[in-house]
Structures are given as structure tokens and as C-alpha cells.
Ligand binder design. Structure first.
Ligand code: PLP
Length: 390
């Protein structure tokens, strides 16, 4: 993760922003205000016209707290520019409306809300969307030749943890003058930097690892200035700006991102290893396991395997529900990336919006449980799972 040309990611997150507090506060001051005063009309005109940087109006993102947060968000992904949003879905919507109007190809599993937006809502606006399973990649070139200009994917994906080759898919998209956008929420920038692998845009639900404490709803888009500039107007018109107090809270959380994620990587690996031979577990899906189909690729393109794993309980959906209900430390809640470990049954939560046939088509079985491994002692998490599996 350390850039040979400079300091490492943890150092840069903590120190690399240009907002210096006049009182010497080492952390980000909150400018909890909607508008900013100017000394005269000439100064106001310069900022409105973009001739001079400055604070203007918070919904536009022209607020010192938000601008400073965005500098750190850009650092996370090694990006030229980053925009903050009030949620991951707000970031995805602005991305699709800006760069997906000629057609979007979504590869593999994605968060259920993203699939719903692509499948049911964007087509109402005349946007053509195509959802390809991981084993249908041979159709990609035809769809791109047919005019689709945005390829979108999650890797590792939700909830099957399928790993996609970012470098190869970026090259295929670029051959057709299309862009590759990656939802990097599951991996986090500590474990994977898609822009360095050739992707054009990265999206995050900051609600997850970036926030890290289950107390922030936010989103982010990162990429080259030229690609993010047109997104700015959509964000402004959709009004999907993060509140300054939330921006400051997110900036605070980012300071511990690296140590949190590294611990979550180690704990998830320990949980996966402990469960893989359990008689009540049919299989464990985790990129860090040598037998996992995407392991070799994950080793090449990731620096850590993440805190998310999915297990398939031996038995039917009701058996998986019983295990989820018996857990004492894992909280039954549909999110991820926080300090506390969470469990969800995708068919009842994140992927409830899909038909049973669509879930089956995507390999999402009723007996799957998705675990977000938190920051508790890994031995306690393993003991909790062992007692719940009975
Ligand atoms: N992307 C992924 C991978 C997610 O898991 C989620 C939410 O669960 C989202 C996007 C949407 O994020 P938000 O809930 O912040 O809108």
C-alpha cells in the first residue's frame, strides 16, 4: 500500500488536507453553515464563476469542511478528484445519470438497491441497462459495440464475493471507448485501488468501511477531474450533498480506516478458516481461502481480502434463519463495515427485492448468511458462530 514515491496511506489520510484551523485544531473543523459572506460583489462573482476557489453554498459542496473531506477521499483512491454525497445510492445515481445515459452494463452481483435502480428505475428514463452474470462476460463486447458506454461492477461482489479482473475489464471497456466504474465499498481502498488497476471511476458507500461505526450515511465518487466535473452539476441539482457535520464525522473516521480494515481482514480470515470444515457449513465464500475460486486473482489485485464473508449453512433457508437468530455477538442487521459484527440473510434483506428466480440465477441461495466481521476479539466471534451452528 505504501507509495514508493511518498508516505503511506495511513500517514496521508491523517495529514494530507489543506484546511488548517486558525486555532490549531489537529482535526477538521465543522463549518455547519449553509452560506458564506463575501466582502464585495467582485469577490462573489469570482467564486460563482469558478475563477477563484472559495466557499459559497453548502449544497454545491463549496464548504470548507466538505472540500477538505474531499481531498482526503481523493487520497484514499489515488484520484485527481473526489466528490462527497449524502449516501452511496446518491453517488451511484449521479454516476449513472452522468456517464450511463448511452447504456450501462453491470457485471456480476451488486448491492440489491443498485440492481433495483438499474433494472427498474433507470429504464423508466429510457436508459438501457444490461445485467450480466459473472459467467456471461462473453456478451460484454457485443453490448459495448451496441453503444453502452459504462461498465459497472463490484469486486468482491455482494453477497457471493465473486472477484473480477479490474485490469482486464478496464482494457475491454477502453477498446470500445467505454468507462469502467467500480463500487469499491466491499474491499475498501485499504485492500484495493481500482484506479491504479485501470478503472476510470470508483464509487463508495461511505456508510460502510469509510464511516466504520454504523453512524454515518454517506457516499463518494473518485476519478479524473474531467470525468467528475460533469457529475458536479447532477449532484447540485439532485441536492445530494453530505451535511457538514457528517462530513467532519466521516473525516474523523477515515483517520482510523487503515488499522480498522487491517484488523477486519485478519479477523475475517480467522473466522473463514474456523468455519470452512464445520459439519453444519456447506461452504465458506471468502477470497482469502486458498480453495476459493477467485483467490489467485484476489491475491494479484488486492492487498487484503476484506472483512466480508458469506457462508452457506447445511440445510434450507429456515436452517440459516435459525443460525442467524441464535447468534449473540453478531447483530442481525443489513449493513457492513462497522465496528460491530453483523449478520444478514441476503434473501430476506439486501436481495429481497429480487425474484427467487433472479436470486437463483445469481447463485444467491436462501441458506446463505453474509457476515460483516467487526472489531471484536476474533475468538469470541468464532465461539458465537460455533454455538449458533449448534
Ligand atoms: N454499494 C454497496 C456494495 C452496498 O453494500 C450499499 C449498501 O448496502 C450501497 C452501495 C448503497 O449505499 P448507501 O446505503 O450508503 O446508499
Amino acid at each position: 500500500m505504501t507509495d514508493p514515491a511518498g508516505p503511506g496511506l495511513a500517514t496521508r489520510i491523517i495529514h494530507e488536507h489543506s484546511l488548517t484551523d486558525p486555532h490549531g485544531s489537529p482535526h477538521l473543523p465543522v463549518y455547519d453553515t449553509t452560506t458564506f459572506a463575501f466582502r464585495n460583489t467582485a469577490e462573489l462573482r469570482d467564486v460563482v464563476a469558478g475563477r477563484r476557489p472559495g466557499s459559497l453554498y453548502t449544497r454545491y459542496g463549496l464548504n470548507p469542511t466538505i472540500l477538505a473531506l474531499e481531498e482526503t477521499l481523493a487520497v484514499l483512491e489515488g484520484a485527481e478528484q473526489a466528490w462527497a454525497f449524502c449516501s452511496g445510492m446518491a453517488a451511484a445515481t449521479a454516476l449513472f445519470l452522468t456517464h450511463g445515459r448511452d447504456g450501462i452494463v453491470c457485471i456480476g452481483d451488486a448491492y440489491g438497491g443498485t440492481l433495483e435502480l438499474l433494472q427498474s428505475q433507470l429504464p423508466l428514463l429510457g436508459i438501457r441497462t444490461h445485467l450480466l452474470r459473472g459467467d456471461e462476460l462473453d456478451r460484454l463486447d457485443d453490448l459495448l459495440a451496441g453503444g453502452a458506454r459504462l461498465v459497472f461492477l463490484e469486486t468482491p461482489s455482494n453477497p457471493t464475493l465473486e472477484v473480477f479482473d479490474i485490469r482486464a475489464l478496464a482494457a475491454r471497456a477502453h477498446r470500445h471507448d467505454a468507462l469502467l466504474a467500480v463500487d469499491n465499498t466491499f474491499a475498501s481502498p485499504v485492500n484495493q485501488q481500482p484506479l491504479r488497476l485501470g478503472a476510470d471511476l470508483v464509487m463508495h458507500s461511505a456508510t460502510k468501511y469509510l464511516g466504520g461505526h454504523s453512524d454515518i450515511t454517506g457516499g463518494a465518487l473518485m476519478g479524473a477531474q474531467a470525468l467528475l466535473a460533469p457529475v458536479w452539476n447532477w449532484r447540485k441539482s439532485l441536492g445530494s450533498m453530505l451535511a457538514p457535520a457528517t462530513a467532519a464525522l466521516l473525516a474523523r473516521s477515515l483517520r482510523t480506516l487503515v488499522i480498522r480494515v487491517r484488523q477486519q481482514n485478519a479477523s475475517a480470515q480467522a473466522v473463514a478458516e474456523a468455519l470452512r470444515r464445520h459439519p453444519r457449513v456447506r461452504c465458506v465464500l471468502y477470497p482469502g481461502l486458498a480453495e476459493f475460486p477467485g483467490h489467485a486473482l484476489a491475491r494479484r489485485q488486492m492487498q487484503g481480502y476484506g472483512g466480508m464473508l458469506t457462508l452457506e449453512v447445511a440445510g434450507d433457508g429456515a436452517a440459516a434463519t435459525r443460525v442467524a437468530d441464535r447468534l449473540r455477538i453478531f447483530i442481525l442487521a443489513p449493513s457492513l463495515g462497522g465496528a460491530e459484527s453483523l449478520v444478514t440473510q441476503p434473501c430476506t434483506t439486501t436481495h429481497h427485492g429480487l425474484t427467487p428466480e433472479e436470486r437463483a440465477r445469481r447463485g444467491i441461495s436462501d441458506s446463505m448468511l453474509r457476515l460483516s466481521v467487526g472489531l471484536e476479539d476474533p475468538a469470541d466471534l468464532i465461539a458465537d458462530l460455533t454455538q449458533a451452528l449448534g
